[in-house]
Design a protein around this ligand. Structure first.
Ligand SMILES: Nc1ncnc2c1ncn2[C@@H]1O[C@H](COP(=O)(O)OP(=O)(O)O)[C@@H](O)[C@H]1O
Ligand SMILES: [Mg+2]
Length: 110
């Protein structure tokens, strides 16, 4: 996911309830490594609603899994309410497909 500029740039750990800073994720596969996320920084205040949009394979699910504490980042930091994210964070991340529309076209967010 290189399109980090489309995400909220709120990364102030004091202001953000959920804070991801410089998060990268590389998957090791039999065919080599897959860089799913590179230096993604995003924050969300308590109660704030965020949408993660992008083409298939850009790293949306990986980002949500890391934010939810279900997947460890290869590098970078994740904190919730100012504390390092535990293995399983007390937030939910829906990875189901959600129909949505942008640029006048219908897409699904996964
Ligand atoms: N468990 C995994 N092992 C190897 N590669 C993966 C794994 N999960 C996702 N990927 C790869 O990481 C990239 C991002 O995947 P993903 O986060 O599922 O994107 P999205 O949800 O935006 O479609 C893709 O290239 C995908 O093939
Ligand atoms: Mg997905």
């Amino acid at each position: 996911m290189a399109q980090t500029k489309s995400l909220s740039s709120e990364t102030n750990a004091e202001a953000a309830y959920l804070c991801l800073q410089g998060v990268s994720k590389v998957y090791a596969t039999h065919d080599g490594s897959v860089r799913a996320l590179e230096q993604v920084s995003v924050g969300a205040r308590r109660g704030e609603f965020l949408s993660v949009l992008g083409p298939s394979g850009c790293g949306k699910s990986t980002l949500l899994m890391i934010a939810a504490g279900l997947l460890r980042p290869s590098s970078g930091a994740v904190s919730i309410d100012g504390a390092p994210s535990p293995a399983r964070a007390p937030i939910s991340a829906s990875c189901s497909r959600v129909p949505c529309c942008w640029n006048g076209e219908r897409h699904s967010a996964t």
